[in-house]
Ligand binder design. Structure first.
Ligand SMILES: Cc1ncc(COP(=O)(O)O)c(C=O)c1O
Length: 407
């Protein structure tokens, strides 16, 4: 039995006819860029994400870039974000010659730690002393909702408001996730979504969406993706070419109707994994894992840590959409070897945190500046999770993980 990390064919098989019909309609119309299909999807996605303004664009990376451009991020400005994310989050900041400020994550949720942001903005964080920024030039914070779970948004919003910073939610992995009943992308000034094919809502190519709270910034975002033109061929600002294709929009409209069902199925699978691991007695206590741990991590060698769904403050509840099911273990290399031998897909998101990437070495970070991100990058491993995964496959994945942690 071979179990891929993700098998998009299985999903396609269930919606093939609907998808082919809408693609045919676009082909018959010969209208490929923007247009009615895009407007329709923007309306549906805006309603789904509980935001007033939603604009399709070419990718999640562009959504981040457009948000930063809309708020006039200039060379030399500082933007705070998580070091434990896909590169695009920080890449967008650097593309504008602004400076990413990496602050550590919470070790349970893997998301940006609001306490670190607060310390930084109060000028009490060691990273503040290292970067010595002009406080006037600290402009924004980008919390990332990693693996499908939202960051602790209330304190992040509160600190950002207090210091006059804009908040851009990197919701690329979290469409449909909630935090205290509020949808991802509806809380910050901007929300950035990716429809990369492997996402919970995946297009058949690159695609993205940006949600915007303020109507004036919304209008600016709308034209920034069209080279800043309004009306056509009249440019008051310089934008980029980042449009959504009609074919992708039509596909996304079909798939959006299934999204909640798919995400609930993912959650069921996550809970099944959790239960199988718990029954096998291999689930450890994250409190054993000391801040800053790595080789000296207190986590027992034969224990794993399963994903935490509601973390941090006790009143922090939300919906995890399980874009990834990620465990942590000190036996990651051994586990990967056995998973490979059993033909079970797996991946490490992410093996090198951004504060340790060569391209950011000019910032002068040490690994220990973000100890939780450093430690997570050495211990996390993601297992197959998709709605079509069969019971026997879930059991096989779990048995394999259990066997490595009981021998
Ligand atoms: C957290 C995060 N941010 C941004 C992106 C960029 O999205 P895209 O690949 O659509 O450009 C991704 C997608 O992989 C992501 O996971």
């Amino acid at each position: 039995m071979s179990i891929p990390l993700l098998d998009l064919n299985r999903q396609y098989d269930t919606i093939k006819e609907e998808i082919r019909d809408v693609i045919d309609e676009v082909l018959e119309s010969q209208y490929f860029i923007m247009g009615d299909n895009v407007e329709q999807f923007e309306g549906e996605a805006g309603t789904y994400c509980e935001t007033k303004h939603a604009y399709g664009c070419a990718s999640g990376s562009d959504a981040l870039l457009l948000a930063l451009m809309a708020m006039d991020i200039n060379p030399g400005d500082y933007v705070i974000t998580s070091p434990f994310t896909f590169f695009a989050t920080a890449g967008a900041i650097s593309r504008l010659n602004a400076i990413p400020v990496f602050l550590d994550i919470e070790k349970d949720s893997y998301n940006l730690d609001p306490k670190q942001v607060e310390l930084f903005l109060k000028k009490e964080h060691p990273v503040y002393k290292k970067l010595d920024p002009d406080p006037e030039r600290i402009k924004a914070v980008i919390p990332v909702h990693l693996y499908g779970q939202m960051a602790d948004m209330d304190p992040i919003m509160e600190i950002a408001n207090e210091h006059g910073l804009k908040v851009i939610e990197d919701a690329a992995q979290a469409i449909g996730a909630t935090y205290k009943g509020q949808k991802a992308g509806s809380m910050g000034d901007f929300g950035c979504f990716s429809f990369f094919p492997s996402k919970n809502l995946g297009a058949y190519g690159d695609a993205g969406l940006i949600t915007v709270k303020d109507p004036i910034l919304a209008e600016k975002t709308d034209i920034l993706r069209l080279h800043g033109a309004k009306p056509k061929y009249h440019h008051s600002i310089v934008g980029i070419n980042s449009r959504l294709d009609s074919i992708q929009a039509a596909i996304l409209s079909v798939k959006l109707r299934y999204l909640d069902e798919w995400s609930e199925k993912r959650k069921e699978i996550a809970h099944t994994y959790n239960e199988l691991f718990r029954k096998a007695g291999i689930v450890g206590d994250l409190n054993q894992c000391k801040d800053g741990c790595s080789e000296n991590c207190g986590l027992e060698t034969n224990s794993i840590i399963t994903p935490t769904e509601t973390t941090g403050a006790s009143d922090r509840s939300g919906r995890h959409i399980y874009h990834q099911y990620t465990i942590r273990t000190k036996k990651r290399d051994a586990l990967a070897r056995v998973l490979n031998a059993e033909n079970i897909g797996h991946s490490v998101y992410y093996p090198v945190p951004l504060h340790e990437q060569e391209c950011f070495s000019y910032l002068g970070y040490k690994a220990s500046d973000c100890p939780n991100a450093h430690c997570a990058s050495r211990q996390v491993i993601s297992l197959p999770i998709y709605p079509e995964l069969k019971e026997a496959e879930i059991q096989k994945v779990a048995d394999t993980v259990i066997s490595v942690h009981t021998s």
